[in-house]
Design a protein around this ligand. Sequence first.
Ligand code: SF4
Length: 238
Amino acid sequence: MIQAAISEFGSSLAILTSFQREGVVIVDLVMREQVNSPKIPILTIDTGKLPAATQRMIDAVEQRYGVEVERIRPDESEVAAMVGAHGENLFYDSVPQRMLCCNVRKVRPLARRMATVSAYFAGLRREQGGERLGIEEIDRAGTQVKISPLADWSASDVERYTREHNLPVHDLYSAGYTSIGCNPCTRATIEGEGERAGRWWWENDVDKECGIHFTPDGRAERTVDVLLRDLLTRTATA
Ligand code: SF4
């Protein structure tokens, strides 16, 4: 699958990773296959809220493969406007505010960078549940083709590959984390919880639904879209 993707997309291909185990496996698999191909960039979103252990993982991967990881960063003026309006820890106040933060720090900067690639590798697995249950190995539905070579892998497949190839491992796994994102929004999980239960742990499943807001003419809008529009209006007129 990786060879086919390299042949089809060449230099317009990227790896997108947050340096969890799956992402490092993808990096390793691609590095083995791309020997005579154009260099495939390794992209990560540096939200400004990453744990120090993720920064150490980036350094470890750079050293091991002799590459420079490209950090995708949010627009500073958007972050400043968001924090000025809603506070540094807005994500704890409501689901729409958490989604606003994810939009400003992750979704928007990623969309800007991804506009320049045709396809990318991601480390998603169906076994992780939730929206990932239905992922395709090669998903051509979006603007960019999303390639998930580990779609069918189990957590123990990933652990075995990691061990057999002596890959660097994120320090937070040994602290009980089973999914790793931004520092303030991730905690360790306990036995019996799903792999991603530690992400936005203060929200319950109902809260995780998008807040809906109705416009004066009766149209439904997600509250996060209203917040984002206000924010962008403010930064445009600043
Ligand atoms: S995970 Fe948390 S800190 Fe990171 S972008 Fe989303 S809300 Fe903001």
